[in-house]
Structures are given as C-alpha cells and as structure tokens.
Design a protein around this ligand. Structure first.
Ligand SMILES: Cc1ncc(COP(=O)(O)O)c(C=O)c1O
Length: 484
C-alpha cells in the first residue's frame, strides 16, 4: 500500500498551502501596483511548454519545491484581475472573503445536492436566497418548519448561462405544463432583444424550441428595447400561429451595459399574461447601490431574474442566483423523483437540487455569505455606485480626447468608444494591446460598427489608467498605419 497523500498528510498540506498563499498574495500585490503585465496572454503552445503540462500529466511526481516553480509559471500565464489595467471582461476582481470561502469549499467539498451532504451550506443557501429576494422586494421563502404561505424562491447555480436556461425552463412549464413528459410544443416563441447574451439563444435551442422561435424585440440603435413597439412583435407571433412563452429584457446588456426599461416592459407582460424574464446577471448587484438602483426600477414585475454574484459582488467565479417570483414554478419546471436521493421535504431539511439543473454543485452560498458578513451590504452597494460613477467619468475623459468618440453615457460600469472612424482599426487595436500584455480590454459591435469596450470591474482603475490607455491606443494606431 502506498502512503496516503494530500490532506491526510497535514505537514504537506499546511506547508504547501502556506507556500501557495504567500506566493499568491505577493503576486496580487505586484499586480495591484501594476508591476507585472496585466495579462499572461500567449500562444497556447508556448503556455503548454512553459508549464510542462504534458510531462507533469504523464510522469507525475510533483513535490513542494516543484509546485512552487509551477505556480510561478501558472501565475505568469494568467490574467491579473487585480491589475488596474485589467478592464476587460465582466468577471469580478475577487475580494478576500469569497476567496477564503473557495479555499474552505475546496477542503470540505460538500456537494450541494441534498441536505444531508451539507447542512451548513444548504442553510446558508436558503438564507442568501432570502436576502436576495428581500432586495428585489419579493416575499421570502419560509424555512422548513415555518408556516407555509405564498412566497418567491431561488437557487444558487453555476453561472448566469445555466440560470437563464433554468428560468426559461420555468417559463416553459407555465405555458406548456406537460412539456416535461411530452416534449416542447412547436408553437412557442421567445421575445428578446438581439443584443441579449448568447446564453439566452442557447437556452431556447437546448429547450427544443429551435433558434427560429426567437423573435427580436424592437430596439433603438444601441439595442435598448422600445416598449411601445412590443405589441407589433406580439401581433407577428400570433400571425405566425405561435404563443409567447417568455419575454427577455436586459439589466444590463452585455455589450453596452445599458438597461432596458423594466417597469414598462413588466407592466406590458403582466397585461398580456407573458412570462417576463429579467437577465440581470451583470446589473442585479445595483439593488444594493443607493445611486444606481434606479436602473432596476420595475425588476420586481419580473417572473424570473438571474443575478451573478461573480460579477459586481466581488465573489470569485462562479455563483449565480435564479430567483422566481412564485417558488411553485420550480416544482412545475423540474418534475422528477430519484428514489436513491432523499429529497422529500421532511420539515427539517432543504435540498437545493430540486431546483437546479445540476446534481452535485459547489457550496456556492459560503462565498456570498462571507462576502456579506465580512464586508456588509452597504459597502458592496457603494462599490457598485463607485464603479458606475467611474465609468461615467472615464467616458467623459475619453470623449474629450481628440480622435475618440463615445456613443452614449454609461449606465453601469461598461462603456464603449472608438478611436478614429475606422471599423477595422478597433479590433486591431485591442488585439495589439492584448498581445503586448499591457492592457486587457475588449471590443464589441454596436449595430454594424466596431467599438472598443471597457468593463470597469477594478477598484484600482483610475483616470491615470485611462489616460495611459488612450496614449497606448494612439501609439498602437500609429504603429498599425505605419508602412511595414
Ligand atoms: C447579461 C448577461 N447574461 C448572462 C451572462 C452569462 O453569465 P455567466 O458567464 O455567469 O454564464 C452574462 C455574462 O457576461 C451577461 O452579461
């Protein structure tokens, strides 16, 4: 018999973890001070060689010393989220309490399917969900053993994409209660603005409706829904012999960070009896933010909401919440039994798997709980207000620089801009910056035109960072136009 390893060897566990934490915190400090490149972007074969991936997989044998060397290489080829020049994608710069939770989860490994496999995380999950329901203004779910009443409900899940799928599954169960048994009827339609996150269209196809069941909602040039013209689309749906299964609105849209007018859309959906899904993956944390909450006005009219805590709540990836205004819609959506799992309510336990696509899922609740408990919800709301305000200041600063244009005033921490009136130039600039490892920014299309795009996730990103970025963009554009 070989010696037991890993966590059963306290010395190896403690020392190696200590090494890793020391190295990680030194690394984060260097990133925060901008002393290392913002990203470890490199061609995949280079990364493969540098990390000696194949050797390690084939031969094994890593020990404490080798691990330290490997970790340094791994860090160098990663994206440095804590770097002020990481202004790229909508992923949180993780704060310490959530990171701590990730370590604890990695050790305890309680799978969040049934209560008996994790009473503490299951209890935290119900409490965190109830906290979220309170932010929306929906009635909380009674704990097992408390008097029953009509209530909203929710579940934590592995990401907003799975969240959107779960919400559309619930919408399907409302309009086609037998679909679980007999399949998805072919006459259903989903209404959504074209700028919706791609996971919505995926969910429609996964549910068996087919992509042609999606009807684009009328929008302005920036992709924001125009409620007054929704009835025209509904008339078309009816003329095509279809029934509207759900209407999706963005709070906020991925590309622009702009919000659809939720209240007016919600009122219309109520009047027409249509399931209203608010994709608030990015924006829902603004419910905690005194200044920015107004963008979510009317969200309580939705039937379903998705809220990613791994975006603006500074929780490490990943943890999304699916919230349904009527908790009974979960039971309509998932109609299954599994005799080998005790998932019936006994008045003393709560098993999240009845509401989730996953069987095993991580103990996601601890990350959100510790973030709330440690930082407090006011500080989290202030962070959102601060970053949304920073994005508005950055947009003004960019617009003031000759050669740059900004198509709208940001409503969140996502902003778009262009340098010169040249569509090919924008993605070329972004690619050069990424390969130089100096800045991590993104690009997108608004209508037919290409734009550069920033997501200001990072508390360390300041006006000075943006001035440096604009200098770099001017330089790159000059290099690109120079004869080779
Ligand atoms: C509006 C919106 N919905 C859904 C998603 C997908 O969320 P996740 O990446 O957690 O699957 C995103 C992610 O960027 C988003 O911005």
């Amino acid at each position: 018999m070989s010696e037991p390893i890993a966590l059963t060897d306290p010395e190896v566990f403690e020392q190696t973890t200590h090494d890793a934490v020391t190295a990680l915190f030194a690394h984060v400090e260097r990133a925060r001070r901008g002393e290392i490149p913002a990203t470890g972007f490199a061609p995949i074969q280079e990364v493969r060689r540098a990390l000696q991936v194949d050797d390690w997989i084939d031969k094994g044998g890593m020990d404490r010393t080798a691990f330290q060397a490997f970790l340094q290489a791994y860090l160098a080829y990663s994206v440095q989220m804590h770097h002020p020049r990481f202004i790229g994608h909508q992923v949180s710069v993780p704060d310490f309490p959530g990171t701590l939770a990730a370590v604890i989860n990695g050790v305890l490994n309680n799978p969040m399917a049934i209560y008996e496999m994790g009473p503490a995380p299951a209890t935290l999950e119900l409490s965190v969900i109830n906290w979220m329901l309170r932010q929306v203004g929906w009635p909380e779910q009674p704990f097992p053993g408390e008097p029953e009443r009509d209530h909203a409900g929710g579940v934590l899940t592995h990401g907003g994409s799975l969240g959107n799928l779960t919400c559309l599954l619930a919408a399907r169960a409302r309009i086609a209660p037998n679909a679980w048994q007999t399949g998805t009827p072919s006459d259903l339609a989903v209404l959504a603005p074209a700028v919706s996150h791609y996971s919505c269209a995926r969910a429609v196809s996964i549910l068996g409706l087919g992509a042609q069941a999606i009807y684009g909602l009328p929008t302005d040039a920036l992709g924001v829904v125009i409620p007054d013209r929704i009835d025209d689309v509904l008339a078309q749906v009816e003329a095509d012999g279809r029934r509207p299964m759900a209407l999706i609105a963005n709070a906020c849209a991925t590309a622009t960070g702009l919000h659809d007018p939720l209240r007016r859309i919600g009122q219309l959906c109520r009047a027409r009896g249509i399931w209203f899904h608010a994709d608030a993956c990015h924006g829902a944390t603004a419910l905690l933010a005194p200044q920015s909450r107004r963008w979510l006005d009317g969200i309580e009219l939705a039937n379903s909401i998705v809220w990613d805590t791994h975006k603006m709540m500074q929780v490490p990836v990943l943890c999304a919440a699916v919230l349904l205004r009527d908790a009974a819609d979960f039971a309509r959506a998932f109609r299954q039994d599994a005799s080998y799992l005790a998932w019936d309510d006994d008045g003393e336990s709560y098993s999240p798997m009845k509401r989730a696509v996953e069987c095993t899922k991580a103990s996601l609740s601890l990350k959100v709980f510790l973030t709330l408990a440690w930082r407090g919800q006011d500080a989290l709301g202030d962070f959102v207000d601060d970053r949304y305000a920073a994005a508005r200041r950055f947009a003004a600063l960019i617009a003031a620089r000759p050669g740059f244009s900004v198509p709208y005033t940001p409503e969140s921490n996502i902003l778009c801009f262009r340098y010169r009136d040249d569509d090919a130039l924008q993605p070329a600039i972004r690619e050069r910056l990424l390969k130089s490892k100096r800045f991590h920014i993104t690009s997108t299309m608004l209508g037919e035109r290409h734009y550069l795009r920033l997501t200001v996730m990072n508390g360390a990103t300041t006006e000075a960072t943006i001035e440096d970025l604009l200098d770099a963009i001017e330089q790159v554009a000059e290099d690109l136009s120079a004869p080779s």
